[in-house]
Design a protein around this ligand. Structure first.
Ligand code: AMP
Length: 142
């Protein structure tokens, strides 16, 4: 299984926000779309950063309720780790575990084509394990 197998199932939707938008808007997007992170895009569609629910919690800790009025650009992570659609899902799972984040944008030949989350990765790994177990059961029974 590679990253593009996940995108084939979940699609290429990317929920994004601008760096000048407020944290309150990010919270609204996270809740409305039931997601854990939004990508922060520049005017030309380039990745400026990523802003996740973890960043919301950190911002609330640092600024109290005033955090909601801060610009996302002040609080986002600017060094965004990305992956290729050809990367094995197992490698992305290892990367998310070691680097402690749960969202990875997918870039194909310089173009942003989607984002995958730890939930997508775990679902894919479970399906793969179940398919392998079923193949083994059939092989033993035959
Ligand atoms: P998450 O586990 O995805 O909620 O994110 C935990 C922290 O890592 C937050 O500060 C995010 O802004 C940051 N983060 C999330 N995804 C990435 C990524 N792909 N590259 C770099 N940082 C990230």
């Amino acid at each position: 299984m590679v990253v593009s197998d996940i995108l084939k199932v979940k699609g290429n939707a990317i929920i994004s926000i601008g760096a000048q938008d407020r944290v309150a808007k990010a919270v609204q997007l996270l809740t409305a779309n039931r997601i854990g992170a939004v990508l922060v895009l520049g005017e030309r569609g380039d990745i400026a950063g990523i802003f996740s629910e973890r960043d919301v919690v950190n911002a609330l800790h640092r600024h109290g309720e005033a955090a909601l009025g801060h610009a996302v650009g002040e609080l986002m992570t600017t060094h965004v780790v990305t992956c290729s659609p050809r990367d094995p899902v197992a490698a992305i799972m290892g990367m998310m575990t070691v680097q402690r984040f749960r969202h990875v944008p997918v870039i194909d030949e310089g173009r942003l084509i989607g984002i995958i989350s730890i939930g997508d990765v775990v679902k894919s790994r479970i399906e793969e394990a179940e398919a392998e177990a079923e193949a083994l059961r059939r092989y033993i029974a035959s």
